[in-house]
Design a protein around this ligand. Sequence first.
Ligand SMILES: C[S@@+](CC[C@H](N)C(=O)[O-])C[C@H]1O[C@@H](n2cnc3c(N)ncnc32)[C@H](O)[C@@H]1O
Length: 159
Amino acid sequence: MVVEPGCGTGRLTKLIAEKVGGSGIVIASDVSPRMLEQSRIRLNGFANVHLFHEAIEKVPLVLQTIDVALCHNVFPHFDHKPLVVAKLVEALKSDGRFIVSHFMPSSWVNSLHRKTNPAVASDLLPDQENMTQLFDEVGMQIQELIDDDRGYLLKAVFK
Ligand SMILES: C[S@@+](CC[C@H](N)C(=O)[O-])C[C@H]1O[C@@H](n2cnc3c(N)ncnc32)[C@H](O)[C@@H]1O
């Protein structure tokens, strides 16, 4: 089972749904009604996708049932990152993985947010020290961190 907060128009959601197949489940949510409507259209017929028009903070997740929490292009936008991390981590199985990804490095993502729109100017990817602390507080450790011209990829696992 995969949880994908901030699924947007569902492009990645569809790829995940195809990957996990009929025996898997994808739980995807987005706060934007416009985005979610696009997801609904794209994912029409995918019985293995559960879409929520809801902030991930409010989506009902069963404890220790999730294999992967995948935050693609959304982590900077969480208003209260420790709360979201704690919520997703308590839903992970003991061998579950927490992934944060972007197609660009954090410097690029943060610079884009700072200059694009005042509404997202403070939506930033925390630096490595702060990310380490965020995951340490919930009993996880960063197993892999790529932050260069290949993009940003953080993988955290339980200690
Ligand atoms: C930059 S878009 C990325 C969308 C998608 N992941 C993609 O890569 O195409 C970020 C999305 O996260 C959503 N979002 C922001 N905070 C959220 C939250 N707390 N829970 C769920 N969705 C959220 C926004 O509405 C927006 O659609």
